[in-house]
Design a protein around this ligand. Structure first.
Ligand SMILES: *[C@@H]1O[C@H](CO)[C@@H](O)[C@H](O)[C@H]1NC(C)=O
Ligand SMILES: *[C@@H]1O[C@H](CO)[C@@H](O)[C@H](O)[C@H]1NC(C)=O
Ligand SMILES: *[C@@H]1O[C@H](CO)[C@@H](O)[C@H](O)[C@H]1NC(C)=O
Length: 302
């Protein structure tokens, strides 16, 4: 966990140096609005479909915390580093405080709307387009309700926070595994990635049109190193590298990431008064996984 802290600090610092706009004035970001999947879900899927069960939550929150992890997620460390409270899930109607942001992520979310329901083994119905609808609704209604005064002023963000906030995205992993679930080949999955990224880019344009100017985008993890991918979508031994990762699955993730990076570079030109930070989670996690013994980090991937 110390390693995580250090990495977030380094990435935040580096991005302050590269994009002063992300951080000015003096790294003061009053709110975070997050979109994503289980990598950053702090209670969305749990609020809608039941709490993520034990051992989730066991090492840090010591009870179910809505996270599909034993401890904190990267989004929690980002909030800590920015001096903000942990993000409540937009869908969590019990005890939530949205004064410094909201989390629209749910575990299992995809960028593209899923074609099958959860009960049919499909992904979360709260795909990125739905998260955007909820965000639009949140902007309008949070201000209406805030104007009632009283306790609502302390539970909902100020209007100006929407243009000053950090908008974080960590999504796409489940779009890649959705192809694996359908037994698609690496080439077949690569073929639909442009569609996924078109929809991802449109989501960013939509947040921009609502006033968002500071974007923080995570690329996808080394899919082929994740235990659940190795277990559910096995490959022949000849396709396992010397770190125990499935080579063709990592090829899919790296292709997604190189295309995502191209999109972000394009968006930087297109939306030139916004600041974009592209975070190479693939490399960070790959290092942590392949050098776990040296770094002494224990990780749980759902
Ligand atoms: C769902 O089905 C439609 C129509 O066949 C297709 O265009 C779309 O790509 C499918 N979405 C996913 C996530 O597979
Ligand atoms: C919501 O959280 C903020 C920041 O932690 C705090 O200042 C505020 O008092 C909280 N609102 C309520 C009603 O407790
Ligand atoms: C994928 O392949 C497995 C193993 O051959 C099979 O059991 C499963 O039904 C297939 N799934 C689909 C969606 O075709």
């Amino acid at each position: 966990m110390e390693t995580n802290h250090l990495l977030i600090k380094l990435v935040l610092l580096a991005s302050c140096l590269i994009h002063p706009r992300v951080c000015s004035p003096s790294c003061n970001l009053p709110a975070i609005f997050n979109f994503g999947d289980s990598n950053s879900d702090t209670g969305g899927l749990s609020a809608a479909f039941g709490q993520a069960p034990y051992p989730n939550g066991q090492t840090f929150f010591h009870s179910p915390s809505g996270r599909f992890a034993d401890g904190r997620l990267i989004i929690d460390f980002i909030a800590e580093e920015l001096g903000l409270p942990y993000l409540n899930a937009f869908l969590d109607s019990i005890g939530s405080n949205f004064s410094h942001g909201a989390n629209f992520a749910t575990a299992g979310s995809t960028v593209r709307p899923p074609n099958s329901t959860i009960s049919q083994g499909g992904s979360s119905p709260i795909s990125l387009d739905v998260q955007l609808v909820q965000f639009s609704d949140f902007i309008t209604r949070s201000q209406l309700i805030r104007n009632r005064g009283g306790v609502f002023k302390k539970l909902l963000p100020k209007k100006e926070y929407f243009s000053q906030a950090l908008y974080t995205f960590d999504i796409g992993q489940n779009d890649l595994t959705s192809g694996l679930k359908l037994n698609m080949t690496t080439d077949q999955i690569k073929a639909y990635i442009p569609d996924v990224l078109d929809q991802f880019s449109n989501a960013i344009r939509k947040v921009y049109s609502k006033g968002g100017r500071r974007f923080w985008i995570h690329n996808t993890a080394p899919l082929g190193c994740l235990p659940y991918v190795l277990d559910r979508f096995p490959v022949p031994a000849s396709q396992i590298d010397n770190h125990g990762c499935a080579i063709p699955r990592n090829e899919i993730a790296r292709y997604y990431n190189s295309e995502l990076k191209r999109r972000v570079i394009g968006l930087r030109k297109e939306l030139s008064d916004a600041a974009f930070t592209y975070v190479d989670i693939y490399s960070i996690k790959h290092t942590l996984i392949t050098q776990a013994k040296k770094l002494g980090t224990i990780f749980m991937f759902c």
